[in-house]
Design a protein around this ligand. Structure first.
Ligand SMILES: Nc1ncnc2c1ncn2[C@@H]1O[C@H](COP(=O)(O)OP(=O)(O)OP(=O)(O)O)[C@@H](O)[C@H]1O
Length: 356
């Protein structure tokens, strides 16, 4: 007898590659965003392509809301796909690109166009609707590609480096929009990325792959605090604090208040590198920076420096990176009280998807 239907994605994949076999178990609940990260050639795209049905798997299963996808051809899997290249049809307008996916589901031309247009308008992309694929900027094209993937209301969304072809400013804006869309999407999403900020800001859970194997799974905060390998430590070594912005003030649920350089409104993630955190034994004087009292909870070598795990008075955890000489000078030991300082200009502010 079959067991109860498990909603979400439960995949167990085996795909042979020239140097190794990709063997990955992957789970994603409805509404959950799982980031697949790892070095070049680790097998991330292979996993995504196997889920989509674009790569023949040697074995295993892909269960989505209790349905078995592994035996279905790609077009019957109800999977939305977004790649690094938006891959829009250049001879079709933005609205017809979005309508294309709906038509392949059997919707008539007019109905598909109407639904596509309604979606573009809802996403404030209405003014782009009649532009051809070639008349869109990289960021615009990627937003239209996301609309095309989500318009048919897929059961699973797969994104392969969706932001990596964009320049830094466009990436920031598009990432904010993606965060909102992922927050609205009811199904599971799997996101392949090289960018630790993407993983930190967009993902509920991070799965780290190395040479075709899962080496770590956890929330961005867990993986940051206890990286399983040096690669993971380098990749995810970022501080991430969620809060609500009003101008240049960000208030976190813990009571922590941060000052940032650029004014924003609404739910945000504040991201900063451990190397941007200065550490003092006593409160630094006359500084316009964020000055935060805390207690040392852990210390580990990291490259040429030392990574400190500090618990703030508000309970939030912050990683700081200092030189071994500074550790000696500050006389740091277990539970040492200390002060952290972070310049407002060092804090990258990213729009978050959900309410805070
Ligand atoms: N179509 C293919 N046939 C055979 N081997 C492939 C194929 N595509 C990729 N490979 C090899 O499989 C391994 C995994 O590649 P894959 O593209 O999945 O890695 P990745 O983690 O996505 O890498 P990157 O971050 O560089 O995109 C690599 O060794 C790659 O050279």
């Amino acid at each position: 007898m079959d067991g109860p239907v498990v909603s979400g994605l439960r995949a167990s994949l085996r795909v042979p590659r020239p140097d190794f076999e990709v063997g990955v178990d992957l789970a994603a609940d409805p509404g959950e965003v799982v980031a697949l990260v790892g070095p070049n050639g680790a097998g991330k795209s292979t996993v995504l392509r196997a889920l989509a049905g674009l790569e023949p798997a040697a074995g295993g299963s892909i269960r989505l809301d209790g349905r078995e996808l592994a035996t279905l051809p790609a077009h019957r899997r109800r999977v939305g796909l977004v790649f690094q290249d938006p891959l829009l049809f250049p001879h079709l307008s933005a609205v017809d690109n979005v309508a294309h996916g709906l038509r392949s589901q059997g919707l008539r031309r007019r109905a598909a166009r109407e639904r596509a247009l309604a979606l573009l308008r809802r996403w404030e992309l209405g003014p782009l609707a009649d532009r051809g694929g070639r008349q869109l900027s990289g960021g615009e094209a990627q937003r239209v590609a996301l609309a095309r993937a989500l318009a048919p209301e897929p059961d699973l969304l797969l994104l392969d480096e969706p932001l990596s072809a964009l320049d830094a400013r466009t990436r920031l804006l598009t990432r904010g929009e993606l965060a909102v869309r992922l927050g609205e999407f009811a199904g599971p999403s799997v996101l392949v990325t090289h960018d630790p900020v993407d993983a930190a800001v967009l993902a509920d859970r991070v799965v780290v792959l190395e040479r075709g194997r899962v080496v770590q799974v956890g929330t961005p905060a867990e993986v940051t605090r206890r990286p399983a390998t040096d690669y993971v430590a380098r990749l995810v070594g970022l501080n991430l604090l969620r809060g609500r912005a009003e101008g240049t003030t960000v208030r976190c649920p813990s009571g922590l208040v941060l000052t940032v350089a650029a004014p924003v409104q609404g739910p945000v993630h504040c991201v900063f590198r451990p190397s941007a955190v200065s550490v003092f034994a006593s409160r630094p004087e006359g500084s316009p920076r964020n000055v935060l009292p805390g207690v040392l909870r852990g210390m580990a070598p990291h490259g040429d420096g030392v990574r400190l795990d500090v618990q703030l008075g508000t309970g939030d955890r912050v990683q700081a990176e200092v030189t071994p000489a500074a550790v000696a000078e500050l006389r740091l030991g277990a539970a040492s009280p200390l002060w952290l300082a972070v310049k407002a200009s060092e804090i990258q502010v990213e729009r978050a998807g959900g309410p805070i």
